[in-house]
Design a binder for this molecule. Sequence first.
Ligand SMILES: [Zn+2]
Length: 123
Amino acid sequence: MLIADRESYRKMLKEFKKSSLSSSKTNMKNLMSGESRLIFGSGMEEGDLAERYQTEHLVCMQCTVKRATIKEIEAALERLDEGSYGICDDCGTQITEDRLRIVPFAKCCRDCQEDLELKRNRQ
Ligand SMILES: [Zn+2]
């Protein structure tokens, strides 16, 4: 991979991380300030409490997903430094540029990813 390419992926990963961080922060802030409570609580009776909890649960789930993404982005940045970025973790082939543009923190090629998901779905 060319150094110029590496730098552009690094930039992309950092942007990705920044936007993931800011949106998870907003979610957390809404949760803490009870803003979601206000939105979902206005004009609702006690019976709607379950719905409120469900919403909060959903926000928490989103935060967990975001945290996992941020971890993957950080791992990808490390791979960039090591020089193993863009190489499939599983079979060692070069991950296509198309895939990296969509998922810059991809750890493996499309074939291996599909295999992984198939296995996961079977469990
Ligand atoms: Zn692979």
